[in-house]
Design a protein around this ligand. Structure first.
Ligand code: NDP
Ligand code: 8X3
Length: 253
């Protein structure tokens, strides 16, 4: 009998995923932390290892064979995954549809949508076999509404919204819980990635109001996965108090 549940977090090298792994490590969960940046994974493993059992998996969610191999490589003590947190993802660019880059579009659809599907596909068979498990899909307010220049990022997060609903329906018969957490503006490396390292542009996104912190989302994810089994938080939207919608943010002058 395992004494702790095991949680696999994709995109654990930064932002929401990292904060979630850090919190869950102190709350009685074993962790499988995933990402592409090996150095950060090793650092995280060393930090979290002070609190719990940690295993790291380095792969790009776009590479379906690498995803499958990574999951198959798990040692027996980490092979049973109780909770999957589908968090890896980013926006790439912020351009009108006529100006957008095909590479950015490929990245967003391949990572945010297909990557989420690949990792889910690799883990679902064991959950179905056990008739238990919990999947948290990290969507976005961008999956609930579209904003100017958000076009393909919003489409990718609308797809996550649809996949979240579809997963919940299809896995209902197997007793597997599925739910989404959809944040508004959270200050992470998200905008650095969106603006390709232009930190001035990235910082401006969060100026003049108090954005959410990655830790705020981690706290919510911890709440969601610690509800009693009969409670499934199916779809949760959380914004900074200063934000009312993707385009309405109350800023101090
Ligand atoms: P960060 O940029 O801080 O973190 C993104 C994470 O995703 C990193 O750990 C990164 O790891 C991982 N990742 C990106 N591309 C890949 C890839 N190809 N393969 C594997 N891992 C990948 O951003 P956030 O923490 O903000 O974003 C996390 C999730 O939250 C995303 O799905 C995002 O869309 C969503 N979100 C963010 C909001 C925000 O305002 N910040 C609001 C709403 C939703 P590595 O580079 O090491 O691979
Ligand atoms: C991230 C939130 O508004 O930058 O999904 O798209 S937003």
């Amino acid at each position: 009998m395992r004494d702790k549940k095991t949680v696999l977090v994709t995109g654990a090298t930064s932002g929401i995923g990292k904060a979630t792994a850090e919190l869950l490590a102190t709350k009685g969960f074993n962790l499988i932390v995933c990402g592409r940046r090996e150095e950060r994974l090793q650092q995280l493993k060393a930090e979290l290892g002070k609190h719990t059992q940690v295993h790291s998996l380095q792969f790009d969610v776009r590479d379906r064979d690498a995803v499958q191999k990574a999951v198959e490589s798990l040692p027996s003590s980490f092979a049973t995954i109780d909770v999957l947190i589908n968090n890896a993802g980013n926006a790439h660019g912020l351009d009108t549809i006529d100006q957008g880059s095909l590479d950015d579009w490929d990245a967003m659809l391949d990572i945010n949508v297909k990557g989420l599907l690949y990792i889910s596909k690799a883990i679902l068979p064991q959950m179905v076999e056990r008739q238990s498990g919990h999947i948290i899909n990290i969507g976005s307010t961008a999956g609930k509404e579209v904003y100017p220049k958000g076009n393909v990022y919003c489409a990718s997060k609308h797809a996550v919204d649809a996949i979240n609903q579809g997963m919940r329906m299809d896995l209902n018969a197997h007793g597997i819980r599925v739910g989404a957490v959809n944040p508004g503006l959270v200050e992470t490396e998200f905008s650095d990635v969106r603006f390709k390292g232009d930190s001035n542009k990235a910082e401006k996104v969060y100026q003049g109001f108090q954005p959410l912190k990655a830790e705020d989302i981690a706290d919510i994810i911890h709440f969601v996965i610690t509800r009693p089994y009969h409670v499934n938080i199916a779809d949760l939207v959380v914004m900074p108090t200063a934000q009312a919608s993707s385009t309405i943010v109350k800023k101090e002058l």
